[in-house]
Design a binder for this molecule. Structure first.
Ligand code: TTP
Length: 393
């Protein structure tokens, strides 16, 4: 079966991390987010991947090439990001039978995707606490009876997870009217399929929609937790690596380092001497984390440095960031409330008591900078020595 992966979106809620990298290419453990979705599709038996690209398309094209794990890859171009139905329409010319569609920025548990692929026509659901933020699915008997987008009074707690197996005829139903928010939405296509076919609901065991920066941390918590311990890099006898730790070939761990896994130290990264890494932490390629630095539950993307005397917890650092000596991050409010973050101009709860900061590519902090919980530093921002940063910049 052909699998269409939607990866053209602009990822506006993930800014500044998506200022020059498309959201599906953000790192989740040892691969970009989209590669986990592609893996689930390939493991479930996809014989062709049709990747819909648009925003920063070359980043996706360069990674996947023409063949991914032995499966041919076709790229469909969505010129302007006018919605998920419009994205599938971009792939329409390459489709020739029953086909699957998966959101390229969602993590699906692979076993459930396998049952989805063998149950077509089918739609994947997941039980959520806050259904009114999702497309909500109702089921009657064995089949899906309706889908309603973000209802104020949700009929069930089953969210639509953006994973479907559609009958071939769906190609003729992709021209849906523009929705209230000005997009062409796949929900309207799904509603038509539900009317015309028996659609089987497949409940996922695990699912994560990665839309906002703290969800990138959650995605890493999930996939770092799935790794097997592997030490291929150079590790000092005086380092202490506990639990699931992966040190890739070409990475260096110096004396005095303590790592409590799950943690991944990617190739060409250098860690230590005397650093402490705990929680689910990813050190990207060519990163440097040095003397007396403590990192907890943090993603550090490629080419970034936290070289001396810092604490960084529950944070996401973009690429090519440099933290001056003594830069410290607060990740807990004194009132114990959930940390809030700015998403598209609004302050919203992360739902996490512990959350630090989001740091765009190329940020440089002066020595002894203090960053308050929930601060976002935009791409290329800098701070002066001794600065206390309590607002986004
Ligand atoms: P969304 O998460 O709705 O959109 P987005 O990824 O652009 O993020 P944001 O809302 O923060 O701007 O998209 C769901 C999936 O569909 C995701 O995998 C991206 C993809 N998509 C497209 O391929 N084309 C589109 O026009 C849109 C809107 C989304």
């Amino acid at each position: 079966m052909q699998a269409v992966l939607l990866a053209a979106g602009q990822g506006t809620r993930m800014r500044p991390l998506t200022d020059s990298l498309p959201k599906p290419m953000l790192p989740v453990a040892d691969r970009p987010l989209l590669a986990h979705t592609a893996d689930a599709a390939v493991d479930a038996g996809a014989d062709e991947l049709i990747v819909v690209v648009g925003y920063e398309a070359d980043e996706v094209r360069d990674y996947f090439g023409e063949n991914y794990r032995g499966v041919p890859v076709t790229f469909a171009i969505q010129e302007s990001q006018d919605g998920t139905a419009d994205a599938v329409r971009a792939a329409e010319e390459y489709l020739d039978g029953e086909f699957a569609v998966l959101n390229g920025d969602n993590l699906y548990d692979p076993e459930s995707i396998e049952s989805l692929f063998s149950s077509g026509p089918a739609l994947a659901t997941f039980q959520v606490a806050d259904p009114s933020n999702y497309g909500v699915i109702s089921v009657e008997g064995e089949f899906v009876s309706s889908i309603v987008e973000k209802p104020t009074d949700p009929p069930t707690d089953l969210a639509n997870t953006g994973a479907y197996v559609f009958p071939a005829e769906t190609r003729e139903w992709l021209d849906v009217p523009e929705s209230e928010r000005g997009e062409y939405e796949i929900t309207d296509v799904v509603a038509r399929v539900i009317d015309e076919y028996d659609v089987t609901p497949v409940e996922l065991d695990r699912w994560l929609d990665v839309g906002r920066p703290w969800e990138l941390l959650e995605a890493n918590e999930w996939k770092l937790g799935d790794l097997d311990r592997r030490i291929d890099g150079e590790v000092s006898d005086d380092a202490d690596l506990r639990g699931t730790v992966v040190v890739e070939e070409g990475a260096t761990v110096e004396p005095g380092v303590v790592i409590e896994g799950p943690a991944l130290v990617r190739s060409s990264a250098t860690l230590g001497p005397n650093a402490y890494v705990r929680g689910a932490t990813l050190l990207g390629e060519d990163t440097h984390v040095g003397q007396s630095v403590e990192l907890k539950n943090t993603v550090v993307m490629a080419d970034s440095n936290v070289p001396h005397l810092s604490y960084v917890g529950d944070s996401v650092l973009g690429r090519d960031v440099n933290f001056g000596a003594g830069t410290n991050v607060a990740n807990l409010r004194h009132d114990g409330g959930d940390v809030r973050l700015t998403v598209k101009g609004d302050r919203v709860s992360t739902g996490r008591r512990k959350f630090g900061v989001v740091v765009g590519d190329g940020v440089k902090t002066g020595i002894n900078t203090s960053l308050n919980a929930g601060v976002t530093l935009s791409t290329g921002a800098s701070t002066t020595p001794g600065e206390v940063v309590t607002r986004d910049r």
